[in-house]
Write a protein that binds this ligand. Structure first.
Ligand code: HAM
Length: 430
């Protein structure tokens, strides 16, 4: 029997790992600049945390959670998203009493039982930024700016930020009433999913991709026309700041996002691809969000804390890597070691082990093939690796406490005493 990785789950290695590490590095640098500290929460959390936080009626909770019962009888779920876990930690660690905002970033694996398809996996990595404790519109814009900067730094030249507001519970309930009335009168033209959503989560109908539903949605009342004074002014400020920062945004009145905790600003970031890039994506060319997020002013309270505004977002690492490859964005390979340590004979192998460690302590990158005995084979390996200098330790040299340095391009060889190896290498290595 040959084992395969589970459906929708992948190994990360080779080139993908280099992209992964590059993304992590860019996130870390940007986080440091904006003053976000890293947090990693457990992969498993209490199932109720997501039912309550992400929302009982959301697709994530209804269809996509990997849940289990432990031997002790606890109901746990592989985290499908980060925000409820981070808020749980914020409350559990008593951060409510600290000066605000509390700013966290994270990067790690998440799990959603989705139908595997282009850009949708069952295990995927996200990085995210959360700012807890501030209600000002400038925070929303700073979060968007952070994702924009990271993507730009990763080589995305042309991006669109889709933005909308879904108001606060007060103005939204009035809007919802009107929306339901309108949708009910057009119920026969909705898909079966949306007929269900009409009862459970009517706002989600607005971002249904079904063609018939789209026709209905086109003439539906829009949230933006039903905002209360405060939500209106908040959104107006967000747009003004985006303009000030020259961030390329586009209003999308149908953007509602699939998580229940959002209030006011919601956003998603999409790449604008050239025809050639779309062609290389083939079947995967559908509209795929790289990042998404928004404000969640009621989540802290919902999970047992004080009333605390917050805002954040997350981006999908695998989606970003896929597009970086399509855009031809190369990751510079790590500097290759220039020195190889070859040994022939039992005594020299023992001595070589010690020399290898001495060089590591002195920060000299070096490769070896201690598992080989023949000098010819070791030189072949060094040649393949494009090594410049080979240290050769034979029986005689090991006894005399000396080592041969062979310049691979000229074939020139010199002998130096053990104690001068570090100094000599530091002189010749560029
Ligand atoms: P989300 O939109 O569900 O938001 O996920 C954010 C990003 O994760 C997406 O834009 C996408 O790039 C990536 N992603 C989501 N699902 C998958 C999947 N199945 N396969 C591959 N990539 C995927 C959240 O998770 C919110 N917690 C964001 C947030 C933070 N809002 C406020 N704070």
């Amino acid at each position: 029997m040959k084992f395969q990785s589970p459906t929708g789950m992948h190994d990360i290695l080779g080139k993908d790992m280099m992209y992964f590490q590059k993304i992590e590095k860019v996130c870390q640098d940007v986080a440091d600049f904006y003053g976000f500290r890293r947090i990693e929460t457990p992969i498993l959390e209490d199932t109720k945390l997501f039912e309550k936080g992400t929302g009982f009626s959301t697709d994530i909770v209804q269809k996509e959670m990997f849940s289990l019962r432990t031997k002790g009888g606890d109901y746990l779920t592989l985290r499908p998203e980060a925000t409820p876990g981070i808020v749980r930690s914020y409350l559990q660690k008593g951060m409510e009493n600290l000066p605000k905002p509390i700013k966290f970033w994270h990067l790690g694996p998440f799990f959603r039982y989705e139908r595997p398809q282009a850009g949708r996996f069952r295990e995927f990595n996200q990085f995210g930024f959360e700012s807890i404790g501030m209600d000002k519109p400038i925070i929303d814009v700073q979060i968007i700016q952070i994702f924009f900067n990271i993507l730009k730094e990763l080589g995305f030249k042309d991006l669109t930020i889709e933005i909308n507001t879904i108001g606060c519970p007060e103005c939204r309930s009035e809007y919802k009433r009107k929306l339901i009335k309108y949708l009910k009168s057009n119920q026969s033209n909705l898909c079966s999913d949306c007929k269900r959503r009409l009862k459970e989560n009517p706002l989600r109908i607005l971002d249904c991709k079904n063609e018939k539903c789209q026709e209905v949605i086109k003439s539906a009342p829009q949230m933006i026309e039903h905002l209360c004074k405060d939500c209106h002014s908040h959104f107006k400020n967000v747009l003004e700041f985006l303009e000030e920062l020259e961030l390329p945004y586009s209003l999308n009145p149908y953007l509602v996002r699939g998580l229940d905790y959002y209030t006011r600003t919601v956003f998603e970031i999409f790449p604008n691809l050239s025809e050639k890039e779309k062609e290389s994506l083939g079947q995967e060319r559908g509209k795929i969000a790289l990042a998404g997020g928004g404000r969640y002013d009621n989540l802290v309270k919902l999970l047992g804390g004080k009333e605390t505004p917050a805002c954040g977002g997350a981006a999908g690492v695998e989606r970003i890597i896929r597009l970086m490859k399509v855009m031809g964005k190369k990751i510079p390979t790590k500097k290759q070691p220039q020195v190889f340590l070859a040994q022939v004979g039992v005594l020299s192998k023992r001595r070589a082990l010690k020399i290898f460690e001495d060089l590591r302590e002195n920060n000299i990158k070096i490769v070896e093939a201690f598992y080989k005995d023949s000098l010819v084979e070791q030189l072949k390996i060094a040649d393949k690796l494009g090594i410049k200098f080979v240290l050769i330790l034979g029986q005689k040299e090991a006894i005399d406490n000396e080592i041969i340095i062979r310049h691979m391009d000229t074939g020139k060889q010199t002998i130096i005493p053990f104690k001068k190896i570090v100094k000599h290498l530091k002189k010749i290595i560029k």
